[in-house]
Design a protein around this ligand. Structure first.
Ligand code: AGP
Length: 606
């Protein structure tokens, strides 16, 4: 997915666009570009590479007195990374930027080729510009209205028409857009972080509505021409929350944000020592009325669900399944009006997770989502939403979002167990009593940063390593492995420890690092056996274990202990250790930790 921004008003539009793109770069950074009205003409400056390369190019001939323009930072989907394929794209009178995928662009291109009209790039975006231009006879809104009827796929467009200086048009379907009119003009972008410098009040652009931005105002109308007044939202965090705050990387800052993120997510939902979801407006019937529970998400969010599932089954004693959203959406799932889908998503824009929600709703199921971004598409399309309060997560590798996602799922499980009588009030109160102190214990884990960094140096030069665990530790090892892979590019595999000897142990040889997670008392002895097995084959073992778990000489090379806690809460205390290991391995390898290659913060395309 990509980051897009548009501005028109009294400020230096080039400055607004470049600052905005820097804030949006986490969404994609293969190439970047801007287009702007410079007098009567529309000029475009674009280049492969990151936003800074664009900024340098722009500075070489910084255009003056520019007050209307659009900007784009790209995560390549159709067409390789090149200057030519960079956005913005121009076709005739139309210059636009795009976040999304036009799925029928080849068909549209063939139709225009038959008329002798050919694109110059390999992108679906240019085709979209050509389609809009083909309908343009002086009325931008009419041209957009006709063009979108031809397009299939996800899109968020910012569009300029050469003979409409000072005005930006926008429309979206499936890809995110937020907008704000403030004292110096109008601004629109993929994410609120790019608007924060100008206003904390914004609205989510309604899907399939045409937005017109001028210096004086923003208007919104549906495809039938009916003007609407979108619901205004107010963001509670400020610009500093979306900046590094003195840390070298967003990822490290966000690892350290976890105690506060947990407190902000948990404490508003605790009343008199008991879970209280009143503020979320989730009716008890949503839980008491279902007979099947499906947790569905992608990546780290799906790993959080693996822990949530364990807690739900432990307390509720009903079957709960975790489904990879990209698999679930094509699996022809068994869904009825007694099915509850719980989706987890930091961005609230992940295409596969959104598709799973739409599928379950089509088949009569109910949907609840745990989301970090207010007003996001998944939040708005779910029947009910429980917002995590982690604040903006800028690093591509998700850290604090994972912790608060687990905490939110645990809260749901506690509340659900209480209202269904599966747990007594005393049992729930005891769980909550320990739960609300987790932020303090996470802070204690964070204080071992330097020790963990020292151990991480052992990983920098390795090519393959294994994470092993059982039960909750296995679920957590999946997240530890993903973190390490996505930021350090070191290949790793998470393995159920009891499964290792059924084949994969053949890969264990001298000095192969094995990170063994062993906090679960009921399977600790088995874990020790598994650790001995890999040690006997030469593995270098880093063991993560509980405060008071017994150990033996020579069992491991390094041991990291977490503060005393119940087994069910151990993952929340352990995950910062895994995040530190991944972070310092990546830093030690000299990599761009916040923007790993090939990745994007939110995958809004499938
Ligand atoms: C997290 O480190 C990854 N970048 C990725 O797996 C992410 O968790 C996944 O794409 C889901 O994103 P979402 O939470 O915004 O839906």
């Amino acid at each position: 997915m990509c980051g897009i921004i548009g501005f028109t008003g009294r400020l230096d539009a080039v400055d607004v666009l470049l600052h905005g793109l820097a804030e949006l770069e986490y969404r994609g950074y293969d190439s970047a570009g801007i287009a702007f009205f410079d007098g009567p003409a529309v000029d475009t400056i674009k280049t492969a590479g990151k936003v800074q390369i664009l900024a340098d190019k722009v500075e070489r001939n910084h255009p003056k007195n520019i007050h209307c323009g659009i900007g784009h930072t790209r995560w390549a989907t159709h067409g390789g990374v090149s200057d030519l394929n960079s956005h913005p794209h121009t076709a005739g009178q139309v210059t636009l930027i795009h976040n999304g995928i036009i799925e029928n662009y080849m068909h549209l291109a063939a139709g225009m080729a038959a008329e002798g009209i050919y694109p110059v790039s390999q992108t679906d975006t240019e085709i979209a510009a050509m389609v809009i231009n083909s309908f343009y006879e002086g009325d931008p809104i009419e041209a957009i209205r006709k063009a979108v009827k031809k397009l299939t796929g996800a899109y968020a467009f910012c569009i300029m028409f050469a003979d409409r200086p000072g005005t930006i048009y926008s429309i979206r379907n499936g890809s995110p857009l937020v907008a704000s009119h403030f004292k110096d003009g109008s601004v629109i972008a993929s994410d609120m972080v790019a608007l924060l410098r100008y206003s904390k009040d914004y609205f989510v652009v309604p899907e399939n509505h045409i937005v017109v931005l001028t210096e004086e105002a923003i208007t919104v109308e549906d495809l039938e021409g009916n003007q609407i007044r979108p619901e205004m939202l107010h963001v509670s965090w400020d610009v500093s929350a979306a900046q590094k705050g003195g840390f070298p990387h967003f990822m490290l800052k966000e690892i350290y944000d976890q105690p506060e993120a947990l407190r902000n997510t948990i404490m508003p939902r605790i009343t008199d020592g008991m879970p209280d979801l009143t503020q979320d407006g989730i009716p008890d019937e949503l839980f008491t009325g279902c007979s099947r529970v499906i947790l569905s998400a992608c990546g780290t969010a799906m790993h959080a669900e693996m822990l949530g599932r364990n807690m739900m089954e432990r307390l509720l004693r009903i079957p709960v399944s975790v489904e990879i959203a990209s698999e679930f959406r094509y699996s022809n799932p068994i869904v009825d009006d007694k099915t509850l889908l719980i989706t987890v998503s930091q961005s609230g824009e992940t295409a596969d997770s959104l598709a799973a929600i739409r599928l379950v709703k089509e088949r009569g199921g109910k949907t609840l989502s745990v989301v970090n971004v207010k007003g996001s598409t998944i939040a708005r399309e779910s029947d009910y939403v429980l917002y995590t309060h982690a604040g903006p997560e800028i690093a591509v590798a998700s850290t604090k979002a994972y912790s608060v996602q687990v905490a939110a799922l645990y809260l749901i499980a506690f509340h659900w167990a209480r209202i269904t009588g599966k747990c007594t009030d005393d049992q729930v109160r005891a769980l909550v009593e320990e739960f609300i102190h987790l932020p303090e214990h996470v802070s204690e884990v964070l204080s071992h940063d330097a020790d963990i960094k020292a151990i991480s140096q052992k990983l920098i030069d390795c090519h393959d390593l294994f994470f092993i665990g059982r039960g909750l530790d296995y679920a957590l090892s999946c997240e530890g492995s993903l973190k390490l892979k996505e930021v350090s590019y070191i290949h790793s595999e998470a393995y159920a420890a009891g499964e290792l000897k059924h084949g994969t142990i053949s890969l264990i040889s001298d000095n192969v690092p094995v990170i063994a997670l062993a906090t679960q008392k009921d399977v600790y002895a088995k874990m020790v056996s598994n650790i001995r097995e890999v040690r006997s084959r030469g593995a270098m073992v880093i063991m993560l274990t509980g405060y008071d778990m017994p150990t033996e000489y020579g069992l491991c090379e390094h041991q990291i202990r977490i503060p005393k806690c119940s087994d069910i809460f151990a993952p929340i205390l352990m995950v910062p250790i895994l995040q530190f290991l991944a972070y310092y391995a990546a830093v030690g390898r000299g990599l761009n930790v916040d923007q790993p290659r090939n990745l994007a913060k939110s995958v809004t395309v499938e």
